[in-house]
Design a binder for this molecule. Structure first.
Ligand SMILES: NC(=O)c1ccc[n+]([C@@H]2O[C@H](COP(=O)([O-])OP(=O)(O)OC[C@H]3O[C@@H](n4cnc5c(N)ncnc54)[C@H](O)[C@@H]3O)[C@@H](O)[C@H]2O)c1
Length: 470
């Protein structure tokens, strides 16, 4: 008994000593679990919409909602996409509908049915039975409600970025798409840009080895745009919401490089923001109002780790004068790619030149590949989508052509009964940044677990691919 007691005492002393030592050294004594948010159970009788195929449509009949700065460009692009019919146009403001009618007239197309004047005139557009696709380009707060309603009324939906602002909205879109078996695509155009698709193709062919780390951003000083948004919605949103509220242009192409929910999944994030300086300063300079509780920091940075041990850095900055950048950077075991400020690739010197002699004075040997090597790589790995569409896309335009490719692909897949390039789970993962980063920031940048929006299906498909390849 005495022996047992003394052994216990020694053990206790040792434990106390070790704990004290660990504390003095700043070592954590227990692993800290990430903050988790609730994943609602899939409603009974529902299944996922991974690789959803729907009956082929000979003509895609479209109704547009939201015809401010962005919407009319989409109307104009659709006048040039074969197999489409523009059936209806809707905007709260009648003058916006009229402007888009002019686009149809110029293209020699009949006038579309017009809806405007009331906050919910758009519902009448969705209620029609001669529309297959509702294309939504309103301010952020209307997106999810409109998308859910349109699917409930038998339509596929395409929604501008970000398609949803809260986890609640995201789950509503997922549940509705799963229940109605309708496509719900976010109109993320940046995944179709030329450097991005070429680099994705190179990555998929193993040029960079295993892709370990990717970066994406939305860095765009919006100072000159703020007054142009209808009803000041965008500045208001930033004023009231902390976190990365516009992550999709950066995270979208980054997720495609990492095969997110096609063999890997976003697992944990931590986010941090700077204080808000330029937002409140802008409001003061324009209106004299002193805003003490402006929420969105001038710069927000988010780090994400995936299930397979890859990492991602995402940034948001719409407030300070910086060169426009979506980052689009990739670090692989065998190479590197970066889009901004100049498009470049880096491979091992031995992969580029035949005679490589180590020389500490010649560090440029480890720089990007020479221009002619880059050009040859980009020609060789031009994506099949670009091979087919580049010329027309550049003529039609829309951010240099990527907007046309996005719309064309959406229509092509609907007409051919193929899964869309982006599904509702892409939408969910990319849009979830708004609320999840806020949660992290408001909890001293604590780790937050990212829900599996596929509810178990993230490893079913191996590798991201465009249905085009079929
Ligand atoms: N993908 C891109 O590159 C890109 C570029 C610009 C904008 N966007 C996105 O496009 C969307 C629209 O942005 P924008 O710059 O055109 O904004 P905007 O303010 O110019 O246009 C929004 C339009 O929505 C209309 N609207 C508001 N409530 C409505 C309602 N209840 N019914 C019908 N119409 C309604 C407004 O009248 C306005 O015309 C946003 O989601 C934005 O983030 C994407």
């Amino acid at each position: 008994m005495r022996k047992l007691l003394s052994t216990l005492l020694i053990g206790l002393t040792l434990l106390t000593y070790q704990t004290g030592y660990a504390q003095k050294q700043g070592k954590a004594t227990a692993k800290v679990a990430p903050i988790t948010v609730k994943t609602p159970a899939r409603p009974a009788g529902q299944k996922d919409v991974i690789d959803l195929v729907t009956p082929k449509l000979e003509t895609v009949r479209v109704g547009f909602i939201g015809l401010g700065m962005r919407g009319p460009g989409a109307v104009a692009r659709f006048t040039k996409i074969p197999g489409t019919q523009i059936v209806a146009l809707c905007d709260l403001r009648p003058e916006c509908v009229d402007k888009s009618q002019q686009i149809l007239k110029k293209a020699g197309l009949p006038e579309a049915a017009a809806y405007s004047g009331t906050e919910d005139a758009w519902k009448k557009l969705c209620d029609r039975d001669d529309i297959d696709l509702v294309y939504i380009a309103t301010d952020w707060k209307h997106h999810a409600e409109m998308g859910v309603y349109a699917m409930e009324h038998g339509k596929h939906v395409a929604i501008e970025v970000p398609a949803a602002m809260t986890l609640d909205e995201i789950w509503k879109l997922i549940n509705t798409s799963e229940k109605t078996r309708k496509h719900c695509m976010q109109l993320e155009n940046c995944v179709y840009d030329f450097f991005e698709l070429t680099t994705l193709n190179m990555a998929q062919q193993g040029i960079f080895g295993e892709v370990l780390h990717v970066e994406g951003a939305y860095i765009h000083n919006l100072e000159e745009f703020w007054p142009s948004y209808w009803n000041n919605w965008r500045m208001d949103y930033n004023r009231k919401h902390r976190g990365d509220v516009y992550a999709t242009h950066g995270i979208g192409p980054a997720c495609q490089l990492l095969d997110i929910h096609r063999g890997d999944r976003l697992k944990t994030l931590v986010a941090m923001d700077t204080k808000a300086v330029n937002g409140p300063a802008y409001i003061k300079s324009k209106t004299g109002e002193v805003v003490k509780d402006f929420q969105n920091g001038d710069q927000t940075s988010t780090l994400i780790r995936t299930e397979n041990g890859k990492t991602m850095l995402i940034q948001h900055n719409v407030m300070t004068p910086r060169p426009y950048s979506r980052m689009y950077q990739l670090t692989g075991t065998d190479g590197y790619a970066s889009k901004y400020p100049i498009e470049e690739y880096c491979l091992r010197p031995s992969q580029v030149a035949s005679d490589v002699t180590p020389d500490h004075e010649k560090l440029n040997a480890h720089g990007s590949v020479p221009e002619e090597v880059k050009k040859a790589l980009m020609d060789k790995y031009k994506h099949p989508i670009h091979r087919e569409l580049e010329e027309t896309a550049k003529k039609v335009g829309g951010h240099g052509g990527m907007d046309y490719i996005m719309d064309y692909r959406l229509v092509y897949c609907l007409r051919n009964g193929l899964p869309l390039d982006m599904d509702v789970y892409d939408l969910a993962e990319w849009c979830s940044m708004a609320e999840l980063t806020r949660i992290s920031i408001e909890n001293n940048s604590a780790a937050v677990a990212i829900p599996d929006f596929t509810r178990g299906g993230w490893n079913k498909v191996k590798g991201y691919k465009h249905a085009f390849a079929n």
